[in-house]
Design a protein around this ligand. Structure first.
Ligand SMILES: [Zn+2]
Ligand SMILES: [Zn+2]
Length: 520
């Protein structure tokens, strides 16, 4: 709403105000005296003030650089001083370029500047040299979309932006930190869409939309490292004192190196189909993730694939034939391979937590549904399991129960030096305020799980299961540690080899393993 408002249909400035709409974020209604058409004007979105387009030579210069820090800045709002100082240390430590897309928002009750006059749109002096309202293709497959002005209070800022960067991944400026992946048929890897989080302090109106925007506002940024043909993207989140990026901690005063992480949540492991490049990057290389970041806890989802006895193969004679010919139909062999893998990949001093997952559960399903007479090679262990399951069965407040067969077998066979905890389905496991026990297959009240419906529970968590990484408000979702193509994937895929980190301050980050490398 401005004093010099004109009709969008006939450009007349002879207008009458006709009250506010009754939406969550009300709009001013106008009627035009000339053409008699009506139109709406947002009270909070503004499209005014200076533009920050980069020159062609500046864009070309940026596109030759290898390291970037991207965050966003809201008009008429100061930066968070501590975060800003820490960004300065980050840029110096890493030789990164800073890019800051803008957010334009009108807050009539702003405590910094009541913005009576709409033409008074300003940004703090310190951000001015870095503001970017152009598209910068920092890699041919990763674009900074500075041209897009997303509404500051958008609850799902990435909605509708899936195709704007064509087949390239994209980073958009927005006060919320969000991430999702979109399948791209022409590439081996899905494209990543990110919003940045903000370097501005919170500055919202008291409407419902304003309060929700404030709730999702995150002081954060995205870091990018290019190496050869690859690029790596990660998020960093300010906690009021510091932010972590891998093994470094950045504060207003400087950089602290050789930091450890509290937990590593690996992309679903599916041992039988685990990609050796992911295993090397995560565990066994000299500069692997576990050797560099020294997690106290390693969280493993879908660690037992159950391929040897999968119910999906029951009516598939081709798969059954190949499994028989290749000798991958013996459940005891697969159990042993899985335990060997866990032992080989557990660093001394770290604790494994095995998450109850649908693939681990396929073993129980096989025990309930399979006809042991049709697979004599598994007959003995079938009966061994049943003997113990009946022996341990009980009747509790929720009815009949017995144990998780994978956990039961593994606990008896794993090297005791390899500290491992097997979580039950309803057992919680919290590290620094983050719930790590949910696999992601089960949602509230028996529904199918998803990052969106698990977010509504209102707890901060890290889940797995879909193999497509995401940051959806309070929920972070890992990808997979398996090969990107398995028997049951066909068509464009959003699978990515992505782990999550829990830092000592409880902030989380996604780390992608791109063709066997986890950083630039
Ligand atoms: Zn799963
Ligand atoms: Zn899985």
């Amino acid at each position: 709403m401005t004093d010099n408002q004109v009709c969008p249909h006939c450009h007349s400035d002879s207008l009458q105000k006709r009250g506010l709409t009754k939406a969550e974020e009300p709009k001013q209604q106008y009627a035009c005296n000339e053409c008699e058409k009506w139109f709406l004007v947002s009270l909070v979105e503004i499209d005014e003030g200076p533009e920050f387009l980069l020159s062609r030579s500046r864009i070309a210069e940026l596109e030759r650089k290898d390291r970037f820090f991207v965050t966003c800045s809201q008009n008429n709002t100061p930066v968070d001083k501590g975060f800003w100082a820490a960004i300065g240390h980050y840029l110096k430590e890493n030789g990164s370029e800073l890019l800051i897309p803008t957010i334009r928002y009108k807050n009539p009750t702003c405590r910094f500047d009541a913005q009576d006059d709409d033409s008074d749109v300003w940004w703090p002096d310190e951000v001015l040299p870095y503001l970017c309202e152009s598209i910068v293709k920092i890699h041919h497959e990763l674009w900074i979309m500075g041209n897009m002005r997303i509404n500051a209070t958008a609850v799902n800022p990435l909605i509708g932006l899936e195709t704007l960067s064509q087949s390239a991944s994209a980073i958009y400026g927005h006060n919320q930190l969000q991430m999702k992946v979109i399948p791209t048929p022409q590439n081996a890897l899905p494209k990543q869409l990110w919003t940045t989080g903000s370097c501005s302090v919170k500055n919202y109106s008291k409407t419902k939309a304003g309060v929700k925007g404030e709730h999702h506002h995150t002081i954060a940024g995205i870091v990018v490292e290019k190496k050869g043909k690859k690029f790596h993207t990660r998020n960093v989140i300010w906690d009021g004192e510091c932010f972590y990026d891998l093994d470094k901690k950045y504060t207003a005063n400087g950089v602290e190196r050789n930091q450890k992480i509290a937990a590593l949540v690996t992309g679903d492991e599916h041992t039988l189909f685990n990609d050796p490049e992911v295993k090397a990057a995560t565990y066994t290389n000299r500069d692997s993730i576990t050797k560099t970041l020294k997690p106290e806890v390693i969280i493993r989802h879908d660690v037992f694939d159950s391929y040897s006895i999968s119910h999906h193969h029951r009516h598939n004679p081709l798969t059954q034939y190949v499994k028989w010919r290749e000798g991958v139909n013996k459940v005891e062999d697969e159990l042993q391979i899985t335990i060997d893998y866990i032992e080989e990949t557990t660093p001394a001093g770290a604790t494994n937590v095995i998450i109850a997952s649908n693939h681990n559960d396929h073993l129980y399903r096989w025990l309930k549904e399979a006809d042991w007479k049709l697979e004599p090679w598994n007959a003995k262990i079938f009966h061994w399991f049943w003997y113990h399951m009946l022996e341990e069965a009980g009747f509790g407040t929720a009815g009949a129960y017995t144990f998780d067969p994978f956990a039961f077998w593994a606990e008896r066979n794993i090297d005791p030096k390899c500290q491992t905890k097997f979580l039950g389905r309803d057992e919680s496991f919290v590290v620094n305020g983050i719930e790590l026990s949910l696999h992601g297959d089960l949602g509230p009240n028996g529904s199918r799980g998803s990052a969106v419906n698990l977010n509504k529970i209102g707890i901060r968590s890290i889940i797995g299961h879909t193999h497509a990484p995401a940051i959806e408000k309070g929920v972070v979702q890992v990808g997979t540690s398996s090969y990107l193509r398995l028997e049951y994937t066909s068509g464009p895929s959003s699978w990515l080899q992505t782990h999550a980190l829990v830092y000592p301050n409880g902030k989380r980050a996604l780390v992608n393993v791109i063709e066997g490398e986890w950083r630039g």
